[in-house]
Design a protein around this ligand. Structure first.
Ligand SMILES: Nc1ncnc2c1ncn2[C@@H]1O[C@H](COP(=O)(O)OP(=O)(O)O)[C@@H](O)[C@H]1O
Ligand SMILES: [Mg+2]
Length: 256
């Protein structure tokens, strides 16, 4: 089972948008997908379902006072879309940051061994480098890093490299699936500079697919829809479809 963590310690770079729409695009290609919302903000969850429907959430995998080996199937919402299951997030997940044992943080890794088989598991990580991200990266086989093409990202490319190094310390077997350029606008000079710096630093880890900036992306979650549903013909929708294809190919290549 391939487990892709979508992570970057910066907020607002498109992690949640990518987790939701990559998952939906993989599912539309017939892959069985589990999407995990590890961010206490639970935006992935509210993009797909009504939060009021959530009782058990990501947090319960870690809550030893309930049952240290809670069966993930009790929490997973099956078929939130065709081929797509959701392990929802909730604000209570923030309490995971207070756990101080790495055995407890391995709860997600253990839980994934007990789920039904999926082709791909996609995890939406919070914008941090704390316990939750550590737990996600212990469970992941691949790391996907969205990078927003703006001036602040250019400024943060060294930080990003440090992030990748610290992330690999959590999990030596973790393969970098790639760096995904988001908010891409080829007409802007800044995009060219970000492109160049990313390629110098990450060379062939920079994915071919880039996600254009489109207002459609911001509108879709308000209707609790994925891009495939809300704007099937938008450029960003096509880009996420291409990303799904590129991810399938890269995952195979980077798996021994
Ligand atoms: N390609 C895009 N074009 C336009 N807006 C985008 C795009 N990707 C993300 N956004 C918007 O930017 C904001 C942050 O995106 P989000 O996916 O939540 O980032 P993160 O999870 O990294 O914090 C959201 O309002 C989202 O709708
Ligand atoms: Mg997010």
């Amino acid at each position: 089972m391939k487990v892709i963590a979508v992570a970057n310690q910066k907020g607002g770079v498109g992690k949640t948008t990518t987790a939701v729409n990559l998952s939906a695009s993989l599912a539309a290609k017939g892959q069985k997908v589990l999407l995990i919302d590890a961010d206490p903000q639970a935006n992935t969850t509210s993009s797909l379902i009504d939060k009021k429907e959530v009782s058990g959430s990501f947090y319960h995998l870690f809550d030893e006072s309930i049952d240290s080996a809670i069966n993930p199937s009790l929490i997973i919402h099956e078929k939130v879309r065709e081929n797509l299951d959701l392990l929802p997030g909730h604000i209570s997940s923030a309490k995971i940051e207070r756990i101080n044992s790495s055995k407890s943080l391995a709860a997600l890794r253990r839980a994934l061994k007990r789920t039904n088989p999926y082709n791909q598991v996609v995890i939406d990580c919070p914008p941090a480098l704390g316990n939750i991200v550590e737990a996600c990266l212990m469970a992941a086989t691949h790391l996907l890093i969205p990078v927003r093409c703006d001036y602040l990202s250019l400024d943060g490319i060294e930080d990003l490299q440090d992030t990748v190094v610290s992330i690999q310390e959590f999990n030596q077997d973790l393969a970098i699936l790639g760096v995904l350029r988001t908010f891409y606008d080829g007409r802007l000079k800044i995009t060219e500079s970000v492109d160049q710096s990313l390629k110098e630093t990450f060379t062939d880890l920079v994915l071919t697919t880039c996600i254009p900036a489109t207002v459609r992306v911001q509108e879709a979650p308000g209707y609790r829809q994925t891009l495939v549903e809300y704007a099937p013909h938008a450029n960003a929708t096509r880009a996420y479809r291409e990303l799904a294809q590129e991810v399938i190919i890269r995952v195979q290549k980077t798996t021994a």
